[in-house]
Unconditional design. Structure first.
Lengths: 146, 152
């Protein structure tokens, strides 16, 4: 009994780590929850040159090409469906109308170089919403047949 | 001697030893902090926002061919900056061993379409015909995705 007397005292030399653990737990939970969002995107096709001996496409005039015309910096680009002017608001309805009676829902998008990519993405999005299954991108090189 | 036998009861410490737990937590924390930015493929750009994008889970795969176009028109294949005209060769090389033949284009919303067209041209020369244009879901108001008419 008497040997244990000296070691009494209520002092505790341990650090209080409880708040530290609280903070760490919350941080861990935060990092676990913010897993990066699933990537999303728009499907687009690039027409490949046909094989040299392929039969000629005999329905060329049914192709729908949506064109984005650059109207200068800061201006909303103009939209054209087969050289026919439309508005951004009317584009979806117009496309739905065109593709309502068609079996192959294929469309092409062409844009001026200075058009922001966001507008092109918007057109493709509107096209997908109007029921177009396949959206092809036309570049100057593809148009030239290269 | 015989009396002192029960003395240990006086010094029982009722605190849990939390030091190992804190060690584990710290390590976990550091792991999560390091991994979170690394999960993203390619470089990070300001994506265009559209109303109804499709899910493209394959773009997240480790070997996905992600081509990023920055606002100023610089092109990154995965995370390496390369000139646009070398893209064809690069994609061709990878295409041989690749399961997923699709190329993902991660273009900045404000990039000129001309820069994207240059990428598309070069990717097309490599024989790719399926592109995925990575975009974000457009948010209206406080994060609620807008219900679209006639959407998919």
């Amino acid at each position: 009994m008497s040997m244990a007397v000296g070691s009494g005292g209520g002092q505790n030399a341990d650090m209080n780590v409880t708040p530290l653990i609280d903070v760490l737990l919350v941080l861990i939970i935060i990092f676990m929850v913010i897993n990066p969002p699933q990537p999303k995107g728009l499907d687009a096709l690039v027409p490949q040159p046909p094989p040299p001996n392929a039969p000629k496409n005999n329905t060329p005039d049914r192709t729908i090409v949506v064109q984005l015309i650059d109207r200068g910096a800061g201006q909303e680009p103009g939209v054209k469906i087969n050289n026919e002017d439309t508005t951004w608001d009317g584009l979806g309805a117009r496309l739905t109308d065109i593709f309502k009676t068609r079996a192959e829902k294929v469309m092409f998008v062409k844009g001026d170089d200075n058009v922001p990519f966001a507008d092109v993405a918007n057109v493709i999005d509107i096209a997908h919403a109007s029921g177009v299954d396949k959206v092809g991108l036309i570049t100057a090189k593809i148009e030239a047949g290269g | 001697m015989a009396i002192a036998k029960r003395n240990e009861g006086a010094k029982v410490n009722s605190n849990i030893n939390v030091t190992p737990m804190v060690d584990v937590m710290l390590v976990l924390l550091i792991i999560f902090m390091v991994i979170t930015p690394m999960l993203q493929n390619g470089v990070s750009v300001d994506l265009a926002q559209v109303n109804n994008p499709e899910r493209m889970p394959d773009a997240e795969k480790e070997d996905a061919m992600v081509v990023s176009v920055m606002r100023d028109g610089t092109v990154y294949f995965r995370s390496d900056k390369i000139p646009v005209d070398q893209l064809t060769q690069k994609v061709k090389d990878r295409l041989v061993s690749q399961q997923d033949k699709r190329v993902y284009v991660k273009a900045d919303a404000r990039a000129r379409f001309g820069a994207v067209v240059a990428v598309v041209d070069n990717v097309r020369s490599a024989g790719v015909d399926d592109l995925g244009l990575l975009t974000d879901q457009k948010k209206v108001g406080l994060g609620a995705p807008r219900a679209t008419t006639g959407g998919q």
